[in-house]
Design a protein around this ligand. Structure first.
Ligand code: HPA
Length: 270
């Protein structure tokens, strides 16, 4: 069986053949956040279906391509959509492209997502800087053979989200007059939205928002020594008894509406 590292090296070779410059930063765009890609001066756009070993996202609101371009003079790689566990992908599939971007050159990873707000202070349209996470997906992206060329077997997770980067992001938000909460992201397997009882459990566990992505990517990027940042756009209040029903459509619409502040913040920070 082919080693994960060898697949990743092949992907890197493919990407660097298509694109002469290498990215310094990798950005992963979540549901409803694709508009960020319009701020990028494109160098090359590659559909996921052209990249070896990369599963294609089946989520309709995700564009499904890798955009390499310039933003404020920095070369960045933007994943326009991601694949999720709930689509039937293995944990290694979920993080393969991100790992490849790190080996290719990105030393800083910015993960974005839409999520349900659990903490009462969070309202739809609010942004939250991820300070820490709870991986409640039942698997880790580090499961299986550990290739020391990528990282250590038992990586420390005390400072998974880079504190210096978070300080800088908070500073940017303040300068732009953007309200930016801070808190804990809980990743669930999905694809069903949570039951009210599950949301209650997550609240007791210390989660401020809940989504179905991000946690595996953060683990894998940190494992490889990349700096990790994460920003959540609160798209809806998480499920509660007597609350409104949650649909993917309403999540995508609400996040598109609140996405402008996130795009401004990301551009300023990068
Ligand atoms: N739960 C899980 N994932 C989500 C939610 C939610 O309420 N909103 C957007 N993504």
């Amino acid at each position: 069986m082919m080693l994960e590292y060898d697949k990743i090296r092949q992907i890197c070779a493919f990407l660097s053949d298509k694109c002469e410059v290498e990215p310094q930063v990798a950005v992963v765009l979540g549901s409803g956040l694709d508009k960020f890609s319009e701020a990028v001066e494109p160098i090359k756009e590659i559909p996921y279906s052209d990249i070896p070993y990369i599963p294609v996202s089946t989520v309709q609101s995700h564009a499904g391509s890798l955009l390499v371009g310039r933003l404020n003079g920095k070369v960045i790689a933007v994943m326009r959509g991601r694949v999720h566990l709930y689509e039937g992908n293995a944990p290694a599939d979920v993080v393969r492209l991100l790992r490849s971007l790190i080996i290719w050159g990105a030393s800083h990873v910015i993960l974005t997502n839409a999520a349900g707000g659990i903490a009462p202070r969070l309202e739809p349209g609010d942004l939250m800087l991820i300070e820490d996470q709870i991986n409640n997906q039942g698997v880790s992206s580090l499961t299986g053979f550990n290739d020391e060329r990528m990282g250590t077997r038992f990586p420390d997770m005390t400072t998974l989200y880079d504190e210096d980067c978070n300080t800088d992001i908070m500073f940017c938000a303040k300068s732009l007059g953007i309200k930016l909460h801070r808190g804990v992201y809980a990743g669930m397997h999905g694809p069903a939205f949570e039951t009210p009882a599950e949301v209650n459990m997550l609240r007791i566990m210390g989660a401020d928002v809940v989504g179905m992505s991000t946690v595996l990517e953060a683990e894998a990027a940190h494992h490889m020594g990349a700096k990790v940042s994460g920003i959540t756009l609160v798209s809806n209040p998480a499920a509660k008894k007597g609350g409104e029903k949650i649909t993917h459509d309403s999540v995508a619409k609400a996040s598109a509406k609140g996405s402008m502040a996130l795009i401004k913040l990301l551009s300023a920070y990068i």
